[in-house]
Every structure is written in C-alpha cells, then in structure tokens.
Design a protein around this ligand. Structure first.
Ligand code: TYD
Ligand code: MG
Length: 456
C-alpha cells in the first residue's frame, strides 16, 4: 500500500467539480472564479479511512458468510415522512433534507422530535435556543426528550453527542457547521464535505441516525448539498414555490427504500400538516366549463394521484411563437406539439402555448402526456373537457397512444374519486377489478382516434 502523500487539488465551490489545476471558469458548471484550493491526503491514510466507513472486513466474504441483518427502523411519528423513508428511519443512517431557504426544513426537522419522542439532540447553527423555543411553541409541542444545542463546531457537537447518547441527532444546517480540521470558512465546499463525512462516521460507528439539513438554491447547487448526494444514505428534497402553502417532499435517493415516493405537506399557522390524499389539493379550484384543463392520473411510487394540467393556447403576438412550461419539460411539450402538428394536422406553429401543472407540481412521468395533449387541444378549440374525465397514457412520436405502468391502480383511484371516464391506451391490459370499478374505460390507439372519442 502506498504511503500517505499530500497533494493539492482545486474544487469548484459551486458544484464541487475537482480539478488538478486552477481554472478561471469551472468546466462543469460554467461559473467564474469559483475554484478553491484544498490539500488532500492520498495513499495509505485515505484508504484506511474509507474502510472504516463501510465497516469492511479483512478478506472477501461469501454472501452466505455474511449475517443478514434486518435493519432496525425508528418511527418518526409523521406518517408521510416514515413512508417516504421506506418505513421509518434506519439505524445509523445519514439523511439529508434539502430545499430552498424558507421552504420549511427547520419546521419539519423540529416537528420530528416533537412527534416521535425519541431522545433527540437537536443541533442548530442558524437559530438561538430561544428562537427554537418560539418555533416549538408555535408548533404546539413540548418534549423533554428533545435537547436543543446551539453550536457550529463539529468537534464540540460530536463530543456532546457521545455524552448525551441520543437516539436521533438533527443538524440544522450543514452550511453553518465547521470543523477545525479544515481551514476554509463554514459553508465552503471543503467544510461541507468534511462536516458531512464526520457525521457519516458518527452515524455508522454509533448507530445513531442523523438528519442533516442543507440549503439548495433554485438552480440546484451553489450552496452545496448536490455534492453530498453520493455520501449520504437518503436524500429528501423539498419542492414547491415558497409562496404557496403546499410543499412536496420527494425522495431522490434512498439506500433503504424506493425513490419514486412523494409526500405532500401544507404549511399552516402551526407547522406542516400532512396531506394524505394529494389528489384533493391538486384538483380543479374553478367551476365547470373552462377550456384548457385536463386531469392526469399520475403515480407516485405505488400511490396514484390525480392533478390538473392547464394549457393556454393563443395566437402568437410576435413573429416567433412562445412555448413555456411550468412543472413540465418544455422539450417534451415541444415534442407533443410537433406530434399534434405532423400526425393529426393541428396548426399550432403560429400559436403561443403555455403549460402549467397545478399546485406547483413537477412532473416527469410520461403518463401525463395524454392530459397535456388534451389540455392543449381543449384550449385551442375553446372546448371545455367535461370535469369527470381523466387521462393516463403516454404519447409516442408517431402519434400512437402508449400504455403506462400500473394502469389498474390508476383506474381504481379514478373510480374512488368519482370519475366517470378514463382514457387509456388500446394496448393496456386490465384486471377484472378495474373493468368492474364503475368507471367507463375508453381505449384509444392514436391521436386521431382520441380526438374523435373525446370531441364526438
Ligand atoms: P423554515 O422552516 O424556517 O424554513 P427553512 O428552514 O427551510 O429555511 O420556515 C418556513 C416558513 O414557514 C417561514 O417563512 C415561516 C413559515 N411558518 C409557518 O407558516 N407556520 C409555522 O408554524 C412555522 C414554524 C413557520
Ligand atoms: Mg431553517
């Protein structure tokens, strides 16, 4: 094994890209003047450190030689959060909760110890104990099992944690913490990495789960958490515009569960409230008879939910038509418009098209294609889609309507919410229970057939 060697590398303080020399502009994220110098130790010591994190053994083992352990999980008392984590917080795991400032990270992280009554060490680097107390009063909770510790130096925090021996540690936020082992100031890439790996060691060695809060700016990085995703076990991200009352917590990485889950919360005067049936909040908030809206049936993990897609098609005011999409990939919108133009003859090239997903939702599932197409056509012809119809299908490049996963679940949810009709692909196969659910199932194979069935 090589002996320890120190070398100097450069990190981009914006995205964390590593380079062997200084550069004026980071080639990865394109930011100027963001490269900072850092000395790293390579060779022996570095290798030893990696081994201690994963708890490795001295020789390779057969799978049968490794004792299988059922990971033990703690319930956090917030059902939606537990579900997102895959059934509670796993012992010794490091969970990162990211989001823009003001979205509700501190609120949620304080609601956890107030509702679960695990012995918690709540470390805050952003607020004084009095401010935390004021927030706790507002959340209506008082828990003697939660200890508030206002500190930013990691060495002190870990020493306290060793003394207090909590069942859970919460650190708000990674950007305010620092370690004397690194020279740069708190919030720099070096400090953020160092602090996170110290917390990882702590969690793995003690078995105490750690919840770490991190700020993310609109475009996803600058402040750091993006560069931590590969270090931590679970990444939960808050989404939604800070102005609306609804916030979505999405699991974007989970070593102990699924990543396609989503939990919806409502910010109220006394903290975040779980919205257990998101369909209710995402459904239309206007009367019947408006054109340009269609209901899509989406799936979040295993749970289907319905939401409204809104489109506005108007004659282009200037030479080039505008295309804009909120919560939906604008390239996919352009593709769908091209399909409508080429395969079904709708003249949309001289039209401005605006698309919006209700409730500040961000959608990446192709299953909402048909609802998007329907909303666009509805606005274009000023034809209101009856409110008891919903859609779940993907649209392909040749205008074909393709089946989507778990159509049965979607049909059952539509039936539960009282919908009369659901449009799906001709190629979907359904179980008998969906066929008997009481919803009329309209199977369509391509865009012309769909238009005929809808506007007949
Ligand atoms: P906060 O949780 O501090 O956000 P973050 O830690 O992500 O920066 O606060 C979020 C916002 O929520 C803040 O503007 C105040 C508001 N809020 C409420 O509306 N109700 C409440 O009960 C609390 C505690 C905060
Ligand atoms: Mg905060």
């Amino acid at each position: 094994m090589a002996t320890a060697k120190e070398k100097t590398v450069w990190f981009c303080s914006s995205c964390g890209n590593e380079s062997s020399k200084w550069m004026g502009r980071c080639p990865a994220c394109g930011e100027w003047n963001t490269m900072v110098e850092k000395s790293v130790v390579t060779g022996k010591t570095a290798a030893v450190r990696v081994q201690s994190v994963v708890g490795g053994s001295s020789r390779p083992l057969k799978l049968s030689e490794i004792a299988s352990a059922q990971e033990s999980r703690a319930t956090l008392g917030i059902a939606e959060l537990d579900r997102l984590l895959g059934g509670g917080l796993v012992e010794g795991s490091l969970v990162l909760i990211g989001g823009e400032p003001g979205i509700g990270k501190s609120t949620l992280s304080l609601q956890i110890p107030l509702s679960c009554h695990l012995k918690t060490l709540y470390v805050t680097g952003e607020e004084s104990p009095r401010q935390v107390k004021m927030r706790a009063d507002r959340l209506g909770g008082l828990s003697d099992s939660c200890l508030i510790y206002s500190e930013t130096r990691m060495e002190d925090i870990l020493a306290q944690a060793a003394e207090v021996k909590p069942q859970l540690m919460i650190v708000d936020s990674v950007q305010t913490m620092y370690t004397s082992a690194a020279e740069s100031s708190a919030g720099s890439v070096t400090q953020i990495r160092e602090v996170t790996s110290m917390l990882l060691h702590f969690a793995k060695n003690s078995g105490i789960p750690v919840i770490l809060i991190g700020h993310i700016t609109k475009d996803g990085y600058i402040a750091g958490p993006k560069i931590l995703e590969h270090i931590v076990d679970v990444v939960l991200q808050f989404e939604g515009d800070g102005k609306g009352t609804y916030r979505m917590l999405r699991s974007i990485k989970n070593r102990f569960g699924s990543t396609s889950e989503l939990a919806v919360f409502e910010m109220t005067g006394s903290g975040l409230r779980e919205v257990t049936n998101p369909s209710e909040m995402l459904m239309p908030m206007h009367g019947d008879g408006l054109s340009g809206t269609a209901i899509a049936v989406m799936l979040d993990g295993l749970r289907p939910f319905l939401f409204e897609v809104q489109a506005l098609v108007s004659t282009a005011a200037y030479g080039t038509a505008q295309r804009s999409a909120t919560g939906f990939d604008v390239r996919r919108l352009n593709m769908l418009l091209a399909v409508l133009e080429k395969r079904a003859g709708f003249k949309l090239n001289a039209k401005d098209v605006f698309l919006n997903m209700a409730g500040g939702l961000r959608v990446s599932e192709p299953a909402c294609d048909l609802a998007v197409v329907c909303a666009v056509l509805s606005s274009n012809f000023d034809y209101p889609v009856p409110p008891d119809i919903c859609f779940a299908a993907e649209v392909g490049l040749s205008g074909e309507i393709r089946p989507v996963a778990q159509t049965d679940r979607r049909v059952m949810e539509a039936s539960r919410l009282g919908f009369k009709k659901i449009f799906i692909s001709s190629w979907s196969t359904l179980e008998p229970r969906s066929l008997q659910s009481g919803v009329e199932i309209v199977k369509v194979g391509d865009i012309p057939a769909f238009v005929k069935a809808l506007f007949r």
